[in-house]
Write a protein that binds this ligand. Structure first.
Ligand code: ATP
Length: 266
């Protein structure tokens, strides 16, 4: 459903993305991980059609991305950006309804109203439907934003959801809630691509993990093949100890004491 073929993206002489290829199928959650500045957000912007590759091709639902008009794309592809502050005040239910804007002209239809209601229930935010968004905690706001983007593609066969660090700044419970909602969407057939900083959450929730380093793909595949101490060392320049969780059947990493003891901040 998402096919990325040998894409490059350069700004002047700077090569921000170099020869990256991968596929994401319906029902899959792909986590993109990598050090700061590795090119994760740039790659997500390319997938969202915010910027265009300098070389290579991206296909969404078997169609080249450049052939989609943005209003068509908005009906089946939603993006949760990193920064979601609002300068004007909106009620939570109004904000979730914004996700439906690509689907109606003047006034939401009955289906839009029903979708907003259902999504608010599914994301557990019905209790704050009438609250001012700006009075919510960061974790609550993020859940509302996720509800908005889910509402945008709700019921769309082969909907695509792109998340840029959706768990940033959230406590463990909210991180888990956001990622299990993303996982639930993938289980319903959506294609979910998320940038994540937490390798263990990526390993626990994603079907596939891609590691980027300096704009290049250094690993791509199922977590047990990609989340290895060698790959983590190469991508993050850190030694880790690797564990295998029997219940979730995924590798987990913890920074090794030996290297952090050697590390000094200059
Ligand atoms: N328009 C641009 N012009 C020049 N350099 C850019 C531009 N956009 C991004 N970069 C640089 O490209 C590199 C990759 O940026 P990007 O935001 O994609 O990284 P990232 O992996 O998302 O990082 P982080 O984890 O810190 O958010 C960075 O060094 C950034 O400064």
């Amino acid at each position: 459903m998402i096919e990325v073929r040998n894409i490059h993206y350069s700004v002047g002489p700077l090569k921000l993305i170099e020869n990256v290829s991968f596929d994401v199928q319906p029902g899959e959650l792909l986590a993109i991980i990598g050090a700061n500045g590795a090119g994760k957000s740039t790659l997500l912007k390319l997938l969202c059609k915010e910027i265009a590759p300098t070389e290579g091709k991206i296909y969404l639902r078997e169609q080249p991305i450049e052939t989609y008009k943005l209003d068509v794309l908005a009906k089946f592809r939603a993006v949760l950006a990193q920064i979601n502050t609002l300068s004007v005040s909106f009620k939570v239910h109004e904000l979730v309804m914004m996700g439906r804007y690509p689907h109606f002209v003047n006034k939401p239809g009955e289906e839009d109203v029903q979708i907003v209601k259902t999504v608010m229930e599914e994301t557990g935010i019905t209790g704050f439907a009438n609250r001012d968004y700006n009075t919510l905690s960061g974790g609550e706001q993020q859940r509302v934003q996720l509800a908005r983007v889910i509402a945008q593609i709700y019921g769309q066969p082969k909907g695509l959801l792109f998340l840029d660090e959706p768990t940033n700044g959230l406590d463990l419970l909210y991180q888990q809630q956001i990622l299990s909602l993303a996982r639930g969407l993938a289980n319903r057939g959506y294609c979910v691509v998320s940038i994540l900083h937490d390798i263990n959450f990526a390993s626990r929730y994603a079907d596939k993990v891609m590691i980027l380093k300096k704009g290049k793909r250094i690993a791509f595949g199922v977590p047990r093949e990609v989340v290895t101490s060698e790959n983590i060392h190469e991508a993050f320049n850190i030694q880790v100890r690797l564990f295998h969780d029997e219940e979730f059947k995924c590798p987990l990493v913890i920074p090794s004491m030996a290297l952090s003891e050697q590390t000094t901040i200059k």
